[in-house]
Design a protein around this ligand. Structure first.
Ligand code: SAM
Length: 663
């Protein structure tokens, strides 16, 4: 076996078998097809990374895991006739050809079809037949097919493909209205007229372009040719917006009506350090809890840190005796501030008055790699000391990187250090396999430990993927946050409803911003895909004032002046309305004129934990289409910085055992 073959076997183990692909035929096929022969020579060294790679003509070879998921979902046993739409490099057709009897594959782009045909011939895949054409219409001459794999995403499953599927056959395809994020679905033809459909996973595929797919390349968000005129929008905003006189007395009945029975309400912020945003989110959240029965609040903070707040608001003792200081990591002011503190105290009092339906507080983020490792070990020490020994060994390889987990990612990438991926994924899998046994002792503690184990697995991957570029790691982080939200919804039961507090860049639909051009998606977009109008997204913005932020990562917080907004921004248009604070409904507004005016892309400002006013245009503005990003927009023309809590709390003796801030 040469080095590349060994790498291939490792890829099959690490990226496929360890991630739950168990079908032996699929694994065997992957072991035998040389992916390096399907990618350009200069990318051969990356052939066994679990990632799509460019193959020319603006197209990509699919990610091995997704090809494997598709192949195993097709349930091939050998001897089938398969249609593969979107040949690309021919790799997935070759894999399918290793299991099935014949594979018919269709590619839209002539140059790709030709090179794939030549490559497959050269490599001896005589049972794979390539044709250039519109695969959204199938390949009727060879129908019916026992299985159909579609490697490009469409708004719906093309009717001709359903008709060319044999009774009993399966089709797997990415589907969804959003060209930048879809659901991989499996359709089984049960009879001549009936089909059964299941969702498999969230995925991101290139578009299926053709008669039964998208009509053209999806339009990328581009800045407008002519600078927008703020005064027209300003006038319309003045006419239709609901003014907010004061946060505490703002009328929110109409807003609650609009939210209706949404399952998730996502509340954004255009900075990580504005008092008004925290207080208005708290106000809306209190109403949602008290009047609409929302079950939990989930915020852009790490799971174990927020778990301390959860213990506190539930009024119980700490679930984990693990000693650590929550919200100690930069940026401390984001959660350790007076505004959050007031809300948390309200929630504790609310829960004390409503013991029958207590409302939880959770963290969605994944930066707490080592606290989460410690939490898993603590849990296993109590419930399963043998498993704790195994966990110590498996997680041990990560501990030298405690101070700088990003350096771990880099060391793995350059081959200086072995990846812990297998180990952390195996740990999670084994904990989940023992779910019933562990949860019987204490379901809440098990859920908490399992979330920490999931965080460890995702964070390990996050730190490794940081070096592939920001898109991959951004998507991974937002997928983790979305996955945590889904886990919470199922933990709280079928009627659960959640409120999410995160930056606008996570909750506003990424498909309506420049992020989609970079191939990034986010929590808001994934919620929109899953819940449709059952997700209600509220963005927040401001023109000027002060903000809590730092100049560089890990530097101290400062109270900085926020510059008045750029003349071509949405913020400027809202500023020109002259209304100091307002809420504006964007989904079905009283007058659609304002949405039409807001639709052409404009600049929008995002201030994170770092603010650099001197390079503001380059570092803080991006193009967006506000009415597609949010269902509602909350505006405060002038705002002030949040008030950070003193690092040392009052006196330890005065505090309840669960007090989460500063201990
Ligand atoms: N499975 C391929 C591989 O392993 O290399 C990669 C597929 S790539 C993600 C999707 C391919 O679908 C692209 O090559 C694209 O040109 C093709 N495609 C898009 N629309 C198509 C259509 N209507 N018919 C056939 N191919 C199409």
């Amino acid at each position: 076996m040469n080095e590349l073959e060994r790498t291939r076997q490792r890829m099959v183990e690490a990226h496929l078998a360890q991630r739950g692909i168990t079908d032996p035929k699929t694994l065997e096929a992957f072991r035998s097809v040389p992916r390096e022969a399907f990618v350009p020579d200069e990318l051969a060294e990356f052939a066994y990374e679990d990632t799509p790679l460019p193959i020319g003509e603006g197209q990509t070879i699919s990610q091995p895991y997704i090809v494997a998921l598709t192949a195993s979902a097709l349930g091939l046993r050998g001897g089938e006739r398969v249609l593969d739409v979107g040949t690309g490099s021919g790799y997935s057709a070759a894999v399918l050809g290793r299991i099935a009897k014949d594979v018919y594959t269709v590619e839209r782009i002539g140059a790709l079809a030709t090179s794939a045909r030549e490559r497959l011939e050269r490599l001896g895949y005589t049972n794979v037949h390539v044709r250039c054409g519109d695969g959204s219409l199938g390949w009727p001459e060879h129908a019916p097919y026992d299985a159909i794999a579609v490697a490009a995403s469409g708004p719906k499953i093309p009717e001709p493909l359903l008709q060319q599927l044999a009774v009993g056959g399966r089709l797997v395809m990415p589907v969804g209205p959003d060209p930048s994020c879809q659901t991989l679905v499996r359709v089984t033809r049960e009879s001549e007229t009936s089909f059964c459909q299941e969702a498999l996973e969230h995925v991101q595929f290139v578009p299926l372009i053709g008669e039964e797919g998208w009509s053209e390349e999806p339009r990328l968000l581009r800045p407008p040719r002519k600078a927008p005129d703020a005064s027209v929008v300003a006038k319309l905003v003045r006419e239709v917006a609901e003014p907010v006189e004061a946060i505490e007395s703002a009328p929110v009945d109409a807003l609650l009506e609009r939210i209706g029975d949404a399952k998730v309400v996502l509340l954004g912020e255009s900075t990580h350090g504005t008092s008004e945003f925290y207080r208005m989110r708290a106000r809306i959240t209190r109403e949602l809890i008290a009047r609409r029965g929302f079950s939990f609040v989930a915020v852009e903070a790490d799971w174990p840190d927020a778990a301390r707040i959860d213990d506190y608001v539930l009024g119980g003792r700490r679930r984990s005796t693990l000693e650590f200081t929550p919200f100690e990591r930069f940026p401390t002011w984001m959660w350790r501030n007076e505004e959050v503190h007031d809300f948390v105290d309200w929630l504790r009092a609310y829960n004390a008055d409503h013991p029958e339906r207590k409302v939880g507080f959770h963290g969605l983020d994944l930066y707490s790699l080592f606290t989460s490792i410690a939490a898993v070990l603590h849990y296993l020490d109590d419930v399963d000391p043998d498993a704790a020994k195994v966990a110590r060994h498996r997680y041990g390889a990560l501990t030298p990187w405690q101070k700088d987990p990003a350096a771990y990612g880099e060391a793995v990438l350059v081959g200086r250090y072995e990846s812990s991926e297998h180990a952390v994924v195996a740990m999670l899998r084994e904990m989940l396999e023992r779910r019933v046994e562990y949860a019987q002792r204490d379901g809440d503690r098990f859920f908490d430990a399992a979330q920490n184990a999931r965080l460890v697995a995702d964070a390990e991957r996050y730190y490794r993927t940081m070096y592939y570029g920001s898109r991959t790691s951004w998507n991974l982080r937002d997928e983790h946050m979305y996955g945590t939200l889904e886990a919470l919804l199922s933990f709280y039961g079928p009627d659960a409803k959640g409120v999410v507090w995160e930056h606008n860049s996570h909750v506003g639909n990424a498909a309506a911003t420049e992020m989609s051009v970079r191939g990034e998606h986010n929590v808001g977009q994934l919620c929109r895909t899953t819940f449709g109008h059952g997700a209600y997204v509220i963005g927040f913005g401001t023109d000027h004032g002060t903000v809590a932020a730092a100049s560089n990562w890990d530097e101290p917080m400062q109270t900085m002046d926020v510059r008045p907004a750029h003349r071509e921004s949405y913020e400027r248009a809202f500023h020109e309305s002259g209304v100091p604070a307002l809420m504006i409904h964007l989904r079905e507004p009283a007058r659609s004129a304002v949405v039409e005016e807001l639709e052409p892309p404009r600049l929008e400002r995002a201030i994170g934990v770092i603010y650099r006013p001197d390079t503001e245009l380059a570092s803080h503005y991006f193009y967006a289409t506000l009415p597609h990003q949010f269902d509602e927009y909350v505006w405060f023309d002038e705002t002030r910085a949040v008030s950070p809590l003193a690092v040392e709390p009052r006196s330890r003796a005065d505090l309840p055992e669960t007090y989460p801030f500063g201990l």
